[in-house]
Design a protein around this ligand. Structure first.
Ligand SMILES: N[C@@H](CCC[C@H](N)C(=O)O)C(=O)O
Length: 281
């Protein structure tokens, strides 16, 4: 089998397992495969499990533009389910695997409805995100975009995020400002962008522009980032439901900003890539 298609709240990924496909996915093939019109189409590729010398499971995450993502919330939840579905782990007790953005833990409570991921610690440090300029916590910074001054807060969940709290948010706004913030010179590795509206102390709403993927219906690491920023700004409690166009995720965090994310995963299909698609990479 070349791929297994899953989604988390409409954020869809192809798991490509080196044990089951002859492909070694790279940036070039990821771009061709993820193309919605000329390829199989997806918001990214989860290439794994990759085993190190100690047998620790690793995962490489590719964006549809071919770039590597250090971490993904929906991607790691999906991968956790895949590991259970294909018998790599029983899922009876919590397990861990490695991403380029650090170790994550998975607790498969119900593989369709409720997978809880320990996503690691949120950091507001500019050097970790990374962002240019002196080393600092990136909270309530001014950012000029398209002639307007935005107030943003930035956070690393292993991957970079820039959160823009606003009274009103929309998918149009995400399409308009998202790409400009993603590629702003402040962010040498580009950034994911979240437009955040606080609904009450336990509910927030976000619109997402993902680095290397564009507008998506949901993002797990974005949910963790937006909730962390809202907590840091004192706007919400440490347990919150994040509302996105694709559905909701539950986020909670401790005093040190160690963040958990809980949500569903859906299995859609599995299949093979055509010989003539392979000829394109
Ligand atoms: N959809 C993901 C985020 C995927 C990675 C992101 N595009 C990046 O480049 O960091 C999620 O659910 O977190």
């Amino acid at each position: 089998m070349d791929f297994y298609r899953y989604n988390g709240l409409g954020n869809d990924y192809l798991v490509m397992d080196p044990q089951k496909t002859e492909f070694k996915v790279d940036g070039n093939s990821a771009k061709v495969i993820c193309d919605r019109h000329f390829g199989e189409g997806s918001d990214g590729i989860l290439f794994g499990p990759l085993f190190d010398d100690e047998g620790v499971i690793g995962l490489k995450i590719f964006n549809p533009d071919g770039s590597l993502a250090e971490k993904s919330g929906n991607g790691t939840r999906i991968f956790a389910r895949y590991l259970v579905d294909e018998g790599y782990v029983t899922g009876e007790k919590p397990f861990k695997f490695n991403t380029d953005g650090g170790m994550v833990s998975a607790h498969v409570i119900d593989k369709k409805e409720k997978i809880k991921m320990g996503m690691g610690q949120a950091s507001f440090q500019s050097t970790k995100i990374p962002a240019t300029g002196e080393s600092r916590e990136m909270v309530n910074e001014k950012l000029m975009v398209k002639g307007s001054e935005l107030t943003v807060s930035c956070v690393s969940m292993g991957n970079p995020h820039c959160v823009v709290p606003l009274e009103d948010i929309s998918s149009d706004l995400a399409h308009e400002l998202g790409p400009l913030i993603e590629t702003h010179p402040l962010f040498p590795n580009r950034t994911n962008v979240q437009f955040l509206k606080v609904l009450d102390r336990n509910n927030i709403q976000i619109e997402i522009w993902e680095r290397g993927a564009g507008y998506t219906l949901a993002s797990g690491s974005s949910s963790c980032a937006a909730a962390s920023v809202a907590v840091k700004l004192g706007l919400i409690d440490r347990q919150v439901t994040v509302h996105m166009p694709g559905g909701t995720l539950a986020i909670d965090m401790d005093e040190e900003f160690n963040v958990n994310m809980t949500g569903p995963v859906a299995f859609v299909s599995k299949g093979y890539l055509a010989e003539e698609l392979r000829e394109l990479f």
